[in-house]
Structure formats: structure tokens, C-alpha cells
Ligand binder design. Structure first.
Ligand SMILES: [Fe+2]
Length: 357
């Protein structure tokens, strides 16, 4: 029966390295031999076992020790050098989220380009925002080619904002405190509130989702302790200032959009994030095909064509948009929508939720 595992670290002389690992880093000695002239020391600490071996090649270049407060752990030093040459990196066990300022740009992504790359777990990614707005945002169109169970585990994300919009097919998911697993169909979406535990269970073949997140780079952490679904429901729990949202397209009602000419179904994400972000689906109002011009001081605003056609007219150009095309506008873009087809459905994601124009 296997019991435990050790990493061998070599050294020229036992004593300086042993002293460093015990006195400086806080490891403890589990075994040492031979007694008269030790050449092997077994050390343990922080869930790790080390076999310090005199005469062996160093083998390990670096050790990462995760700390509650990396700055305080070794008197302000975050990189130590062991006598045997191993670099000891002290890093935060629970690193804070870094949010770079947004660098806006008008970014057009054509759905027909076919620029898909293989991601994790059989998923294909189309990057809708290669410039990431300076690292502040990420927008991906994701395809799961093969249907069936998804090899996922209970996890959460350290994020400021994240929404998943089901574009095609269906995806079965489960969220902490939100009851039994449920199926998201095309047109449905969720707000993944910061750090809410969740798991993707299953999908149809060819399912597609659009995922918008902030910041672009964030940490995904597994939660090995939580089992989903949770026995209790807590739909109104606050996760970093946000509530979980499940928006079901089939139950949605339509209301006027902020600009005359289009109407919208609101996903409820504006209310659930206290105005941090808005996610809406737009369509032309009865008998209309255009909107008035607008320009707004939003931090982020992306449109993604779900169905139909529309042209975005800016001061300089006319950009015809077709299904799967997406475009971001900046706070200096003055634009209006024209020539919308009757079957146009346009996803709008913005931060903040409210517009000043
Ligand atoms: Fe996730």
C-alpha cells in the first residue's frame, strides 16, 4: 500500500541545507540517517515531504511556498536561496484579483473567419477581443463539438464580472445554492457571481456559448470540499456584491430599449450586480429597423449578432454585421444601428449597466 511521496533534493553537505529548511522555512525532521554521518534527511512541512540527499544532483530548481501574507513571511523577502541552490519562492496562497484599467478599442470579429483554437476539455475558442482592452476584459465564443458529459469539477473564479450566454444547443450546469442542475438552452444566460461554486455537467453536441469576463486573466480554483448540488438553496446570497442570475429566454418579456427603434429583453444582471454590468438581447421594434445615434461613456460595450443582419453606422464607416459577428465600441464611438432585418437578435453586454446617452 502506498503511503506518501517524497521529492528528492540533492546537496553537497547536509548541515547547511538541513538548517535552512528547518530554521528558516519551518520544515521538521521526520527521519535522518546514518547517525554517525547523515547523508539522508526526510523533512516534511506544508503538505510536502522532502528527501534531502547528500551527493545527489539538486534535481529541484525551485520550491513555491504559499503564504497567507507573502511579504510578511520572511521579513519582506519573497525569494530565498537555499544553501543547496534551490530557489524558494514565497507567494500568496490566495492572490488578490488584479484589474488593469480598460484600454478601449473598436474591435470587430467576423464570425465567418473560422479562427478557432483548441482549449481545455474538448472545447474550441474563438477570441472576440484579441486586444483584451488592455487586460481588463475577455470575450470568447466557445464551441463544444462532442456532446455528452463534460470532464469538469467543482470550481470558482476570482473575477469582477462573468456572464455565460448560451448561443446554440444546450448545456447542463449546477450552481452552489441554486437547487438542482438545470439546462441552459439557446438564448438563456447566467451571471456567474464572483466565487460562486459551479460545475458544467453535460452538453449537446455542437453547443456554443458566449462568455464575457473581467478581468481578462483570472484565477480558477477547485473546491474539493463542496458537493453540488448543495442541500440548501440561497438564491439571494451575496457573492462579492452580486447575486446569481439565471435568465430563461422563453419566460422573458420585452420592453423598450434605451434608444427608440429597438426593444430589449433584460436578463436581470443589471439589478443583480447593482448596476455594475448589463446584459440584454435587442431586436427591432414592430415596423422599425433603425435607431437614433448614440455615444456613451461606458467602460465596456460589446454587441454580438445572434440572428439576422444589421449595419452599424459610425461617423467614418458602415459596418454590416451578420450572425456570430461581434463588435466593441469605445466612449468616443458615435454610432447608430440601421437596416436591421426583422429577425435581428443582438446581444449587448456593457459595464456599467446604465448609459449616459
Ligand atoms: Fe467556470
Amino acid at each position: 500500500m502506498l503511503r506518501s511521496a517524497q521529492v528528492q533534493i540533492g546537496c553537497d553537505a547536509i548541515e547547511p541545507s538541513l538548517s535552512f529548511f528547518v530554521k528558516t522555512l519551518g520544515f521538521r525532521v521526520d527521519a535522518i540517517f546514518p547517525a554517525d554521518d547523515p547523508d539522508t534527511v526526510m523533512l516534511s512541512g506544508y503538505g510536502m515531504q522532502i528527501r534531502l540527499q547528500r551527493g545527489a544532483a539538486r534535481g529541484v530548481e525551485a520550491l513555491y511556498l504559499l503564504c497567507d501574507d507573502a511579504q510578511a513571511a520572511a521579513g519582506g523577502q519573497t525569494l530565498l536561496n537555499a544553501p543547496n541552490g534551490v530557489s524558494i519562492h514565497l507567494t500568496a496562497a490566495d492572490p488578490p484579483m488584479k484589474v488593469p484599467p480598460a484600454r478601449q478599442a473598436l474591435v470587430l470579429s467576423r464570425g465567418g473567419d473560422g479562427q478557432w483554437s483548441a482549449g481545455r476539455a474538448g472545447m474550441w475558442y474563438r477570441d472576440l477581443l484579441p486586444d483584451r482592452h488592455g487586460g481588463a476584459f475577455i470575450a470568447s465564443h466557445i464551441r463544444i463539438l462532442d456532446g455528452g458529459p463534460v470532464p469538469d469539477y467543482v470550481h470558482f473564479h476570482k473575477i469582477r464580472f462573468q456572464t455565460i450566454f448560451c448561443r446554440k444547443g444546450w448545456v447542463r450546469v449546477v450552481y452552489e445554492g441554486q437547487g438542482e442542475p438545470f439546462v441552459m438552452h439557446a438564448g438563456d444566460c447566467v451571471l456567474q457571481a464572483p466565487q460562486i461554486r459551479h460545475r458544467v455537467l453535460e452538453s449537446s453536441a455542437g453547443a456554443e456559448v458566449v462568455e464575457i469576463g473581467a478581468p481578462a486573466q483570472h484565477i480558477t480554483m477547485a473546491d474539493h470540499a463542496m458537493v453540488l448540488p448543495t442541500p440548501e438553496r440561497y438564491p439571494d446570497r451575496d457573492f462579492g456584491g452580486q447575486r446569481f442570475v439565471r435568465h430563461i429566454a422563453a419566460q422573458a418579456t420585452w420592453e423598450p430599449w434605451r434608444k427608440d427603434g429597438f426593444e430589449m429583453r433584460d436578463t436581470g444582471i443589471a439589478a443583480a450586480t447593482s448596476g455594475l454590468a448589463g446584459v440584454r438581447v435587442l431586436r427591432p421594434a414592430e415596423g422599425r429597423n433603425s435607431t437614433a445615434a448614440q455615444q456613451h461613456a461606458t467602460e465596456f460595450c460589446l454587441y454580438f449578432v445572434l440572428s439576422g443582419q444589421v449595419t452599424m453606422q459610425t461617423d467614418g464607416e458602415s459596418i454590416a454585421l451578420a450572425p456570430d459577428d461581434s463588435i466593441t465600441v469605445t466612449d468616443t464611438t458615435r454610432y447608430r444601428f440601421v437596416d436591421a432585418s426583422a429577425d435581428l437578435n443582438l446581444l449587448e453586454v456593457s459595464l456599467p449597466a446604465a448609459f449616459d446617452a
